[in-house]
Design a protein around this ligand. Structure first.
Ligand code: NDP
Length: 449
């Protein structure tokens, strides 16, 4: 732990002793607190009002049993969660993750990050996250529906369009959102914007599906432009092949980059001709199959088991879009040795602290996830606005708003970094800019004891 500010250090050490088993959560908190060091002396009111002690503690955590019946008639039980982290600037907002690795630590890390990310969008959204250790992979549609129905039967009493608005994340795409929304509507007897990522034509916003991936590339484009370059002619690696990765690949290609590799949790494909995205969409979105099938009709492409090897391929730009801690120090050093110029995080916290340090010490362009992937939640915010106004914007309108939001996020990170005395450090900029608005709202609202 490298914190030097006495107040931040004391709060972190106390948290460390109380949450010793929550390593992902502690990693996320430490990263944010380190970034706040340059500004703490200017704001004695934060210590006086115990803002840091309060901001690291979720306002509410709900944990519940999710029983459901599989296709063999056997009863299965999973664990459900919703972490309502901070509502200082708006209703809790953040996705649901269905993956066997889900536990309280992972959801607290994601909910904590979400506070600052949502603040950066400038939209009125607090931070939250939820999910389950349920694995939709390999389940029939009926099994997924049974699980989602049971999950929502408990969750529905804790959420609402003005209270807490979930969305998708890993393992929760359009299919799952549909089953969840259907059960909410039945139980609450109301059609509201209680969950985002809904189907277009049934309450959903155009571009929401594409928003996170497109937003990452709009943000990356700003980073590249500020450094006098662009996507044009650059070789790009994108990890993952889910919602975020697919639309990052589409936009990176449209902006002139050549994406040569993608992966799933089993392994990666390398196609020096450039990824054929229609083939990826067919494998992952339509057939829910494994990425290795890509090489069957792409003779120049190769498939390698294990996903971390993707970072050994030579590239100019790396966009990790799969999961947390997927680039460690070793992978970071290989990327640097191969000449990477820019790393922008698409997934949440995909680089370990050691990897980030390696990129920063090498002086390459680095964009943190809470800024770069905020386009997804920002477009969810636009979906909420359309739902409450009962209107729908065109594809072009939503895409234009998304692009402006990402440009503004880049600028506010760059400005905050400058003001904090760390020009060019977008990690510090994102944390400081996201934090200040929430902290000031918390001071203004009082302690409420
Ligand atoms: P998806 O479930 O659509 O896709 C996840 C992809 O990552 C899949 O290719 C999956 O492979 C791979 N993956 C998942 N876990 C692992 C793992 N442990 N090791 C290697 N690969 C893994 O999720 P999303 O695309 O929605 O989310 C990806 C990341 O982006 C997450 O960090 C998420 O929190 C973040 N994010 C998502 C947003 C959204 O709008 N969806 C918004 C902001 C951030 P496989 O198919 O084999 O499981």
């Amino acid at each position: 732990m490298s914190l030097t500010n006495a107040y931040l250090k004391r709060v972190y050490e106390d948290l460390e002793s109380r949450c010793a088993n929550e390593k992902e959560f502690l990693q996320a908190v430490e990263e944010v607190l380190e970034s706040l060091e340059p500004i703490m002396d200017k704001h004695p009111e934060y210590e006086e009002n115990a803002v840091i002690e309060r901001i690291v503690e979720p306002e509410r955590v709900i944990m519940f049993r999710v029983p459901w019946i599989d296709d063999n008639g056997k009863v299965q039980v999973n664990r459900g969660f919703r972490v309502q982290f901070n509502s200082a600037i708006g209703p809790y907002k953040g996705g649901l993750r269905f993956h066997p690795s889900v536990n309280l630590s992972v959801l607290k890390f994601l909910g904590f990050e979400q506070i600052f990310k949502n603040s950066l969008t400038t939209l009125p959204m607090g931070g939250g996250k939820g999910g389950s250790d349920f694995d939709p992979k390999g389940k029939s549609d009926r099994e997924v529906m049974a699980f989602c129905t049971s999950f929502m039967t408990e969750l529905y009493r804790h959420i609402g369009a003005d209270t807490d608005v979930p969305a998708g994340d890993i393992g929760v795409g359009g299919r799952e959102v549909g089953y969840l929304f259907g059960q909410y509507k039945r139980l609450a007897n109301e059609f509201t914007g209680v969950i985002t990522g809904k189907k277009v034509g049934a309450g959903g916003s155009l571009i929401r599906t594409e928003a996170t991936g497109f937003g990452i590339c709009y943000f990356t484009d700003e980073v590249l432009k500020a450094n006098g370059t662009s996507f044009e002619g650059k070789t790009v690696l994108i990890s993952g092949s889910g919602n975020v990765a697919i639309y990052a690949c589409q936009k990176a290609t449209e902006l002139g980059g050549k994406v040569v590799a993608m992966c799933d949790s089993s392994g990666y494909i390398h196609d020096p001709d450039g990824i054929d995205l229609d083939a990826i969409k067919d494998i992952k979105e339509v057939r829910r199959a494994r990425i290795k099938e890509y090489v069957e009709d792409h003779p120049n492409a190769t498939y390698t088991e294990g996903c971390s090897g993707i970072w050994t391929i030579k590239c100019d730009i790396a966009l990790p879009c799969a999961t947390q801690n997927e680039i460690n120090e070793e992978s970071a050093k290989v990327l640097l040795a191969n000449g990477v110029q820019c790393v922008v995080e698409g997934a949440n916290m995909p680089c370990t602290p050691e990897a980030i340090t390696a990129f920063q010490e090498a002086g390459i362009m680095y964009g943190p996830s809470k800024a770069a992937n905020a386009g997804g939640v920002a477009t969810s915010g636009l979906e909420m606005t359309q739902n409450s106004e009962r209107i729908y914007w065109s594809r072009e309108e939503v895409d234009a708003k998304l692009k402006v939001i990402m440009q503004n996020i880049y600028q506010s990170c760059a400005d905050a970094a400058e003001e904090a005395g760390k020009p060019g450090n977008l990690q510090v900029g994102a944390n400081v800019a996201g934090f200040l608005k929430v902290a000031d709202a918390m001071v203004w609202q009082g302690i409420n004891y």
